[in-house]
Write a protein that binds this ligand. Structure first.
Ligand code: DX5
Ligand code: ZN
Length: 225
């Protein structure tokens, strides 16, 4: 299994987004952009114009995580703005199947995110509609929160559901992912890792990405033995 790292710009210097994106361009797989609307989550970040602007300067594909109250209305516009992946929250979408299909029809990968308190089992039938399942390992809204170990059994159950389904669905974790926690995520079955503080809070963001990837690979290899 390929281990992918998606550094979250939420922990970057918002006044220097192009430089921050460039600092991980040669080592990361994606650039994670956290869109928050102060309704679905109690925080406000960036929206369409900033995604479009980052698209012009960043080499990496954009992984847009929509923490907004009306993803059905806005998700396709993030594809137009240049996102290569658009993830919507199950708790916010009123017509997830339609919205996920619109994301794909617009030409991007479609992701479905679950908060820590949302069970994965009710979404098993949606796996054919998505390219990535995001299991949140903190309550969404802020960077720098402590990792919630209580979510790990759900990550493992999500991996089982994906294996049983048999299709190609990536399993992403987001929140508190660090050198200390990434191994547990990989052992539970995650293969795409969002990291904000652990990357952009480090002296050497590119080095941090490489370390994180190696730790994930080591943990997955240990588990396979
Ligand atoms: C939280 C966001 C995360 C956040 C993670 O709601 O979805 O992407 O940037 O930040 P860290 O890695 O610092 O927990
Ligand atoms: Zn995120």
């Amino acid at each position: 299994m390929d281990m992918q790292i998606s550094p979250s710009l939420l922990a970057a210097d918002f006044a220097r987004l192009a430089d921050e994106a460039a600092s991980v361009a040669d080592v990361a797989d994606w650039l994670h952009i956290d869109v928050m609307d102060a309704h679905f989550v109690p925080n406000l970040t960036v929206g369409l114009p900033v995604v479009a602007a980052v698209r012009k300067h960043a080499k990496l594909p954009l992984d847009c995580h929509l923490m907004i109250a009306d993803p059905d209305r806005w998700a396709p516009e993030y594809v137009q703005a240049g996102a290569a992946n658009v993830t919507i929250h199950a708790e916010a979408a009123s017509a997830p199947v339609r919205t996920l299909r619109m994301i794909r029809a617009a030409g991007a990968r479609a992701g479905l995110a679950l908060n820590p308190g949302t069970a994965v089992e009710p979404y098993a039938d949606l796996l054919p509609e998505i390219d990535m399942l995001l299991v949140m390992t903190v309550e969404p809204g802020f960077g720098g929160q402590p990792f919630l170990d209580l979510v790990l059994p759900k990550v493992a159950r999500a991996r089982d559901l994906i294996t049983r389904y048999g299709g190609e669905v990536w399993l992403q974790v987001d929140g508190g992912v660090s050198e200390e926690t990434i191994g547990r995520c990989a052992e539970a079955g995650a293969d795409v890792f969002v990291a904000g503080t652990a990357v952009f809070g480090a002296q050497d963001p590119a080095g941090a990405v490489e370390h994180l990837r190696r730790s994930a690979q080591d943990a997955a290899a240990r588990k396979a033995r």
